[in-house]
Design a protein around this ligand. Sequence first.
Ligand code: GLU
Length: 429
Amino acid sequence: MSSGTALNPYVMAQQQFDRIADLLELGQAVRALLRQPMREHHISIPVRMDNGEVHVFRGFRVQHNDALGPCKGGIRFHPEETADSIRALSMWMTWKCAVVGIPLGGAKGGVICDPYRLSAREQEGICRGWVRQLAKDVGPQCDVPAPDIMTDSVHMLWMLDEFEAIHGGRYPGFITGKPVGMGGSLGRTEATGYGIIYVLREALKEKGLAIADTCAAVQGFGNVAQHAIELYEKMGGRVTTVSCWDQTACSAFAVRHKDRIDLEQLRTITDRFGGIDAQQAQELGYELIPGSEWLSDDVDILIPAAMENQITAATVDRISPRVRFVIEGANGPTTPDADKELGKRGIVTIPDFLANAGGVTCSYFEQVQSNINFFWPHEVVLGRLDTTMTNAFRSVSDLAQSRNLSLRDAAYVIAVDRVARACKDRGWV
Ligand code: GLU
């Protein structure tokens, strides 16, 4: 989360945008339009808690840009959420949809709360309250929410139910990440994690490497990280360290195995939001190390799949000389200073809004299926996801090579250019 101006994710997102606006020689009006969100909603959500008292939670929905289609983006539950992190994330959603070529804009939502300290009933109250406050500002034709950090299909269904109660009808296209059988798409749960690995596979291929010859350290053990590990291991890769959040100690720690972690075993000692039980992990033979040490592991690939601001000017020097790839599963895990340093060291960084676009791509598939009320088989969803991610990676990589750009800059050039053109074609600027 943001701590001071230097690491404020919104400042970072704007800095990244400004560089690309210069590269594309964008005019003043389109720059002004794209460097900030078009609309912001800040809301109060009163919820009667289990102890009988009413607690008022603060929530947000920030709609960055909808030139390419209805806004799209997740809703995060986090105790340290800020308006600026949501603003940054809404911008990144716009670029994410644009870079994979799906007809959607960018938005993000959040609520300042700690799900670890809330009962299911209290969380339901927050979900329903969020929708009540925003029922006129979101919807299948204008802004379609989805899960994100510490929200899942259960939260999405409560939100859908509230939206449908308010509007009097069935609107399964209002939200994505719903449970399968209730308008959800097969493959949506694993889509973000799998998408990361499809892209990684392509990046390795270009260097003549195969996943089976690599090992990785992962930060995070939530839905995204777990599914990335699942596919990475299926393709023969080996994960040695996983870092996660200890909600009791309010700090991160990591589990390391001398050979490889056992994903299925770790899953049995992990809570719904990705917290691993440290004591049980130790009993199973894992070494417990400080949370930030995942970064110093002697591996080929680092996969930050937790939060913003993890690879910074202060931590980048700790990366082992062996590391050749950083694939950003999280949004905004690398600060611009650290990014430059990675480039100097010849490390290939696959940027967040390309690497983790599998989630929103599958959300788009879910939206399509929900709207036509006809659902595709699992292999069709994953096949289309693989094709979309692979094509997006290739376009970015081709541009990077032909114009001598980093993958991040190339991805930005493609995305910002598409959105800027849509704004111009609509006659907005
Ligand atoms: N929360 C995910 C993201 O950051 C998915 C968004 C969506 O599916 O709309 O990309």
